[in-house]
Design a protein around this ligand. Structure first.
Ligand SMILES: [Mg+2]
Length: 677
């Protein structure tokens, strides 16, 4: 074979294994010595050759040999014998040839071959048609395919099926144009698992400028992709429930609306607020509250289709985006199913918890063409559902929006109500059911707004509680009630007990004790004539702190009642240790007395519980003779409600109800004040 230094042909760099059956070099010779002896033997070959040696940790030796010309010996690998170290040249004849630049030599190519073999990146060389001709050890490690398995195949070998055919078509277009492709591919290893490879494919041109090969280099970036994906997931999802968070929800809503506008479709936004969640959170703590939210998320996901998006956008607020609806009414069916999904109690640690869902629906484009507007209107509809008795759903309507605007106007007027002297105190008698004589008066806050007229307490008190106003107005109510009751001059009314409601905010307020002390001092009212009503829910929020506050209040000498009892989750054991004088049965239970066996059972149980604790029971909201007779028969200590009279100003009560029903026992029944009375 003619040798032409300026343009000679080489075999492509080939690894030629010198196989040692003995596994060790001859005794007394190190690997270098052994190699030298082999190298000497190789020199006996007729073809010019450059030899590079690689010795691994187990002293296995491979020789990278680059022949200046296609060696005749390669057609018939010679048996080498030297110094007891026998072996065969095991490689095959060269697979391809290429030109080297003038000035390059076999040694430089040998170095290049070593570099390619040892680089940490997975290297593969393919033909112009994409058939793999060479892979390096890193490729073998990354893919799990040996060189023998990979050579002769295409990259379809590692195709994961994740990328669409269009992706590969685009890739081929790029490299066929002679441009470099860079990108991240999702591949599959021989073992079947997926990995992400950051790949560069570079076209190699021959001396005529045609693309003869492609060289692909890549590295496994699965870890980086995974941690980026984790970070992205965390940024867009609620950590507790795993649902999309507000930011991802807004993004999805925008996409859904955009798609619907293109396709003349309908999108429904369901705004879900949980009912009674606060009570559960207050009663059992945030840990249980969190587990409730996780279960709620699971229930919501079960109801909707795979393609519908459920998100948690805050506290106990969830949203559902429904796409591809035929009419806005379709969303109502889904909402009804979502409401129904909460009919069954949630069980956590053996506790059966009653949670409901109030849902407001706004649809695009009917109810709004902007994200903010749609969200606001779904929120308005949700409030309407809450006002309609909870655990239901409502479609947005313009009337609802009018109501919300009115609500805001009421809230604004409320801001100046105290300064404008618009509040008043009305009183309702708490009556002994047996002889209908008054045993106490409950003081109730009333608001006469010049703009809105008589605003129901159920409407303005939540607004007061939403801000800090309840503290100031509550203090005013307490001082006014104490002063007015003290001013009762008639001898038979002189010791009348007045019962004043404390909101949860007031109960937790650090100035509570001083405010009560001040009201008593300034009015001169006997502390035993003041009863404070604290809602069951407020006591449950922080049971330890609540017990401490109750004890401090008790030390002032006032009476204590638990208001709206029977709808929270009081621990009976806890109740035993509280210094209370009275349980006030929630009016929702009284209202259902004649129709619900559960309500009757609850009322019976509360009366029996009060009896066993040696304290009194009062039923609120008595409106019929039947309720009165039943409560009397059950042994309820006292009752109050419209059946007797509506709350009225004290003066009116004195000339009406109190005049007709003299009060022989202004203080509550002797001997029934409980162990702490
Ligand atoms: Mg009350």
């Amino acid at each position: 074979m003619r040798r032409d230094r300026s343009n000679f042909t080489l075999a492509s760099p080939k690894k030629i294994f010198f196989h040692r059956p003995s596994g060790l070099w001859p005794k007394g010779a190190d690997s270098g010595h052994g190699f030298n002896t082999v190298a000497i033997a190789l020199k006996a070959l007729r073809s010019p050759v450059s030899v590079c040696r690689n010795v691994d940790q187990k002293m296995n030796c491979t020789l990278d040999m680059i022949f200046d010309e296609s060696p005749e010996e390669m057609a018939h690998p010679p048996l080498l014998r030297n110094n007891g170290c026998d072996g065969h040249l095991l490689d095959l004849p060269c697979q391809s040839t290429r030109c080297v630049q003038p000035g390059s030599g076999p040694r430089a190519l040998c170095t290049l071959a070593q570099a390619v073999a040892q680089t940490g990146d997975a290297v593969a060389i393919t033909s112009a048609t994409g058939v793999i001709q060479f892979v390096n050890p890193s490729f073998e490690r990354t893919t799990g395919y040996s060189s023998a398995e990979a050579v002769g195949q295409t990259f379809a070998l590692v195709n994961s099926g994740v990328h669409l055919p269009e992706f590969f078509a685009q890739l081929w277009k790029t490299i066929a144009r002679g441009e470099v492709f860079r990108g991240v591919l999702t591949n599959r290893r021989k073992a079947g698992d997926i990995y992400h490879e950051e790949k560069t494919i570079t076209p190699i041109r021959d001396e005529s400028g045609r693309i003869s090969h492609f060289i692909s280099t890549g590295r496994d970036v699965s870890e980086r992709i995974f941690s980026n994906a984790c970070l992205e997931h965390q940024a867009n999802h609620d950590l507790l429930t795993g649902l999309p968070n507000r930011s991802l929800f807004l993004d999805r809503l925008a996409h859904a609306m955009h798609r619907a506008s293109r396709e003349a479709g309908i999108v429904a936004l369901l705004f879900i607020d949980l009912d009674r969640f606060k009570s559960v959170n207050d009663s059992f703590g945030h840990d249980i509250g969190d587990r409730v939210l996780i279960k709620v998320a699971e229930r919501l996901k079960k109801v909707v289709r795979e393609e519908d998006s459920v998100a948690r956008i805050g506290g106990d607020e969830f949203t559902v985006i429904l796409e591809g609806l035929k009419s806005p009414a379709d969303s109502g069916r889904v909402a009804a199913e979502l409401v129904a999904a909460f009919e069954a109690s949630l069980e956590i640690d053996g506790q059966m918890l009653e949670i409901g869902a109030s849902i407001g629906i706004a649809t695009y484009p009917e109810d709004g063409d902007g994200i903010d507007l749609l969200l606001r209107r779904a929120d308005v509809a949700m409030f309407h559902a809450k006002d309609s008795g909870r655990s239901t759903y409502a479609h947005f309507s313009a009337v609802m929006e009018g109501e919300r605007i009115e609500e805001r106007s009421v809230a604004t007027a409320l801001d100046s109500a105290l300064a404008n002297d618009e509040f008043d105190v009305f009183y309702q008698a708490i009556v002994d059911p047996r002889d209908q004589r008054t045993v106490a008066l409950e003081a109730l806050l009333r608001w006469h707004s010049p703009l809105h007229g008589e605003v129901p307490a159920s409407r303005f008190i939540p607004l007061l509680e939403a801000g800090n106003q309840i503290l100031v107005v509550g203090k005013w109510l307490l001082a006014t009630a104490c002063r007015q009751i003290k001013a009762l001059q008639r001898p038979d009314l002189a010791g009348m007990v007045v019962s004043v409601n404390l909101s949860g905010r007031q109960f937790r307020d650090r100035n509570l004790l001083s405010d009560i002390g001040e009201a008593l001092r300034e009015s001169g009212l006997d502390p035993r004539q003041l009863q404070l009503e604290i809602a069951e829910g407020a006591l449950l929020e922080d049971a330890h702190a609540a017990a401490h506050t109750l004890a401090a209040l008790k030390a002032l000498g006032v009476r204590l009642a638990i208001d709206d009892f029977g709808i929270g989750y009081s621990s009976l054991c806890h109740l035993r240790h509280l210094p209370i004088n009275m349980l006030k049965i929630d009016l929702s239970l009284v209202a259902e007395l004649g129709t619900s066996a559960d309500a009757l059972w609850m009322v019976k149980t509360i009366i029996a519980l009060a009896d066993s604790l040696g304290i009194e029971s009062t039923a609120e909201g008595v409106e019929t003779a039947g309720q009165l007779a039943l409560l009397s028969a059950l042994g309820c200590s006292s009752v109050q409600g419209y059946w007797f009279h509506r709350p009225s100003p004290l003066q009116q009560l004195r000339t009406g109800w109190l005049a007709e029903k003299p009060v022989p026992r202004p203080l509550l029944r002797p001997g029934t004040g409980g162990p702490w009375a």
